[in-house]
Design a protein around this ligand. Structure first.
Ligand code: ATP
Length: 235
């Protein structure tokens, strides 16, 4: 469903991504691993149209989206949950979720149904329904950000560091939900520094280092790779 070929991108004159090749098939959970500054966030930002592609191409659901504006990519079903969560602190949980349904806000029944489904995925959020985003714990804010992405009806949901700054127990809960999203036919592209957890949840992974794909393979292959164990898993 997503094919990235020879992608180059960055920030003005700062060239970050170099000749990135990557694929996500329907129904897959794919993770992008690597140390800080490897270019993982830049990759997601380029896929969602926040950073321009300097070279190469991005094909999503058989359409060339390389230079498509960001809001059109959202309409096509490519949804990005950014690092740092993007929860609006002054709005309540339910108001934050309604933002995810902005595109069909006039279809009240559909909005209500999607919000109900989001609460089924994250029952904790239902308990916090009228609480302001800023009063939630880090883990709850992450759940809210993912739930808002879910409500936007993704075909491919891109999650940037969902475990960042979150306790191991909540991280486990979030990763379980990522599997449940896949069961609902949502493919996942996951950026993670928690390499062990990411390999465990995903089908395939890519390791990004200095803006290049250093390794790729099935997550079981990469889990057994001694370089990966040494570099990222403290072996
Ligand atoms: P992290 O987990 O720390 O976000 P990452 O793998 O996601 O790491 P990126 O955030 O994509 O890496 O950063 C890749 C490179 O791009 C780094 O060298 C970084 O300094 C640079 N960079 C990131 N954001 C900007 C920016 N707004 N302007 C200029 N350079 C940037």
């Amino acid at each position: 469903m997503l094919r990235v070929e020879n992608l180059e991108s960055g920030y003005g004159k700062i060239h970050v991504l170099q000749q990135v090749q990557l694929e996500v098939m329907e129904g897959e959970i794919v993770s992008i691993l690597g140390a800080n500054g490897g270019g993982k966030t830049t990759l997601l930002r380029t896929l969602s149209g926040l950073n321009p592609a300097y070279k190469g191409s991005i094909t999503f659901m058989d359409r060339d989206i390389t230079h498509m504006p960001d809001y059109k990519r959202v309409e096509a079903g490519l949804i990005h949950v950014p690092e740092g969560r993007g929860v609006i602190k002054e709005l309540t949980v339910i108001e934050n979720l309604e933002l995810g349904a902005f595109r069909w806000r006039r279809e009240k029944e559909k909005v209500a149904r999607k919000i109900k489904e989001a609460f089924e995925l994250f029952p904790r959020l239902y308990e916090r329904l009228h609480h302001k985003g800023g009063t939630l714990s880090g883990g709850e804010q992450q759940m809210l950000a993912i739930a808002r992405g879910f409500i936007a009806q993704p075909k491919l949901l891109m999650l940037d560091e969902p475990s960042l700054g979150i306790s191991p127990i909540i991280t486990k809960e979030i990763f379980k939900t990522i599997r449940r999203l896949r069961d609902q036919h949502i493919s996942i592209l996951l950026v993670e520094q928690n390499v062990k957890a990411a390999l465990h949840v995903s089908d395939r992974s890519y390791v990004l280092s200095h803006g290049k794909v250093l390794k790729e393979g099935s997550s079981s292959e990469l889990s057994a790779d001694s370089d990966i164990q040494k570099m990222y898993m403290g072996a």
